[in-house]
Design a protein. Structure first.
Length: 150
């Protein structure tokens, strides 16, 4: 038992805090790897949203630093349009729309999460999806919040 004594407290702490770290509970959800079209009432129309499939219910997914996909590209575009002032305040406007979730995308997402009043962790998931504004993909630069299934 003495041999394990120093390890046990650290293991207990890891088990307690793991669900609150990026990748903890969120890792139970699939990674967003594509986009799907969803209706946003505030826009009075449709937009794209990160997803794992082709239906609105497939938008319960996660993305974080290191992710690379069309889903990341659409998130970057929405952040550029809907959170321009917050990105400018952090001197990262415009975000590159390369589909790579790097340090600037994480900082931009943190800015959007803060502006939206949700948990600021730099990880995209269902809470962030519902809290931030999404670009309608039109030349009018309308943004709206998602309140659909998923």
């Amino acid at each position: 038992m003495k041999r394990w004594a120093p390890i046990l407290p650290a293991a207990a702490v890891a088990l307690v805090i793991a669900p609150f770290l990026p990748g903890g509970v969120a890792s139970a959800l699939p990674t967003c790897s594509r986009t799907t079209t969803v209706y946003i009432e505030q826009l009075g129309g449709t937009t794209k949203m990160p997803s794992t499939g082709t239906t609105a219910s497939s938008t319960s997914c996660v993305m974080g630093r290191g992710a690379q996909s069309s889903a990341v590209r659409w998130l970057q575009q929405s952040l550029n349009v809907c959170y321009e002032s917050q990105l400018r305040d952090r001197r990262i406007y415009p975000l590159g729309t390369d589909g790579i979730f790097g340090a600037k995308t994480e900082t931009g997402l943190r800015a959007a999460q803060s502006a939206a009043g949700t948990t600021v962790d730099g990880v995209y998931g269902p809470r962030t999806r519902d809290a931030i504004r999404w670009w309608g993909g039109t030349t009018t630069y309308n943004c709206g919040r998602y309140n659909g299934p998923g």
